[in-house]
Design a protein around this ligand. Structure first.
Ligand code: ZN
Length: 494
């Protein structure tokens, strides 16, 4: 107690230790305590506490009370038969209770009901470390910052998406252009080959005709032309070529036979030139032209020759080869062979005439087809060049649009970003104004008893501010100066 009553019922502070006065609550005797360390105060005789609500008074209590006008301190409040000393009662009738040690929920309710208009100031110095706070401004600013970054990112993403879609379209067109121009160079190469063919048309058509007698596959142009040629011409060509081969073969065979006849050993019989021949080689129908010559007589001047009377006579000589040599008159045979060769050669001449006529017809068709293929290819090349030009134009237009888009977007982006920056700047300053001093907080170990308090609670943690509890987990930092100007507004310091 800072104050007691003197004999004239005036509120006085002790002025020396041992001074006597009367307790305003119980009218008991109190004694002045005026030490050097603690604030001077009154104490009941034998340190008895007459108000059960009052805990042992500490310096913390005394320092707080001393902040208020003297008349407001230790005010006795009497309601019906109940009497208590309020630590402070302001001019507006608000009781301020300074609570140092834990009290029961029942006591809290009882006091709040008794005083009706009151606030609590709790000494939280001993459990302030048990109290975790987070600035509402900080957490809201963090949320705000995230939102701000998200908006900027979204803006950039939209821009990038559109740019990417341009790039994708341009890339598609460019790769189409590349494949078309590859196709074009292939066609141009083909055209060059075809034009070379045109430079020497005879060689080309001859080359195609030469392939007609085989079934092999040839390079595309040749093959295409081969298939388009008149089938009966192709058939005729094949037949003529076969006939020519056959005629050739016959001529060669006649020549061969002629050669073998001329190679036979000559022998003069009856003034005529005969040729020696093995018996088995004599055609039996030609027995009249054949002679048998006694071997022994060949060494003499007089040849002993036998001519055959009949076919059976000729056949009788089959086993007489040890005694006879045989000869035949080749004149008829040679004449026949000569005739055969002449006929063959004539036939060959006329076949070759037909062949060259056929080749001429085929050659005409081949060159017509070649020209047709070239004109088709020219058309394809023209078309492809149109497509390529078109693609180039499209790519150019897209690139120009992209450039325009980038310029426009650069402006829009700058404007939009400036807008966002401004919006968030305002938002941040609003957050800082509205939430200034507010904190969300929680107890590591809850002081459950204070949950029942309905009246405002201020926690004193020994700083120059108080924590004002505004919700279950919400606190506001209230500077002690602000607290004093609200509750002690008529107090003029020192
Ligand atoms: Zn008393």
């Amino acid at each position: 107690m800072q104050f007691s009553l003197d004999q004239n019922n005036r509120k006085i502070r002790p002025s020396f230790s041992g001074q006597r006065a009367i307790c305003p609550l119980c009218n008991g005797q109190v004694i002045g305590k005026c030490g050097e360390i603690y604030v001077w105060h009154w104490q009941h005789y034998q340190d008895r506490n007459c108000d059960p609500w009052k805990e042992h008074e500490t310096d913390w209590h005394r320092r707080w009370k001393a902040k208020f006008p003297q008349e407001w301190q230790e005010v006795v409040i009497e309601i019906y038969d109940k009497k208590h000393i309020a630590d402070v009662k302001t001019a507006k009738g608000v009781v301020i209770e300074f609570q140092n040690s834990p009290i029961s929920t029942a006591t809290i309710r009882e006091r709040e009901e008794f005083y009706e208009k009151m606030i609590w100031v709790i000494n939280a110095d001993t459990f302030k470390d048990n109290f975790k706070t987070r600035s509402t401004v900080t957490s809201k600013l963090r949320e705000e910052e995230n939102e701000y970054l998200l908006e900027l990112r979204t803006l950039d993403t939209e821009y990038k998406d559109e740019l990417e879609s341009y790039d994708k379209q341009i890339k598609n067109i460019e790769s189409a252009s590349i494949s078309k121009s590859n196709e074009l160079s292939r066609l141009k190469e083909k055209m060059e080959t075809l034009e070379e063919n045109c430079l020497n048309k005879t060689d080309f058509s001859q080359k195609v005709i030469n392939t007609l007698s085989t079934e092999y596959y040839f390079a595309d142009t040749v093959n295409v032309i081969r298939q388009k040629l008149d089938n009966s011409l192709k058939q005729q060509l094949k037949e003529i070529q076969n006939q020519i081969t056959e005629a050739d073969r016959e001529i060669k065979a006649a020549e061969q036979t002629m050669l073998s006849v001329l190679n036979m050993e000559p022998i003069t019989i009856e003034g005529k030139e005969f040729r020696l021949i093995p018996y088995k080689d004599i055609p039996k129908l030609a027995y009249q032209k054949a002679r048998a010559i006694l071997k022994e007589s060949r060494k003499t001047f007089f040849l002993q020759c036998v001519d055959f009377k009949s076919e059976s006579d000729f056949l009788n000589y089959d086993y007489k080869e040890s005694h006879y040599d045989f000869a035949i008159d080749p004149t008829d045979k040679i004449d026949r062979l000569k005739e055969k060769q002449d006929t063959g050669k004539n036939k060959l001449l006329s076949l070759n005439e037909i062949l060259s006529e056929l080749k001429e017809q085929l050659s005409y068709q081949i060159l017509q087809e070649l020209e047709f293929i070239i004109s088709e290819l020219e058309f394809d090349i023209q078309e492809l060049m149109k497509v390529l030009n078109n693609l180039t134009a499209q790519a150019g237009a897209l690139k120009r649009n992209k450039a325009k888009f980038m310029i426009r977007m650069e402006k829009e982006l700058t404007a939009s970003k400036a807008e966002i920056v401004l919006k968030h700047k305002n938002s941040r300053s609003q957050i800082m104004t509205v939430n200034k001093g507010y904190y969300s907080a929680g107890w590591k170990y809850r002081r459950n008893s204070w949950n029942v308090a309905l009246m405002p609670i201020f926690y004193d943690i020994g700083e120059d501010y108080l924590w004002y509890q505004t919700g279950k987990h919400k606190f506001k930092k209230v500077p002690i100066a602000n607290f004093m100007s609200k509750y002690g507004h008529i107090f003029i310091s020192g």
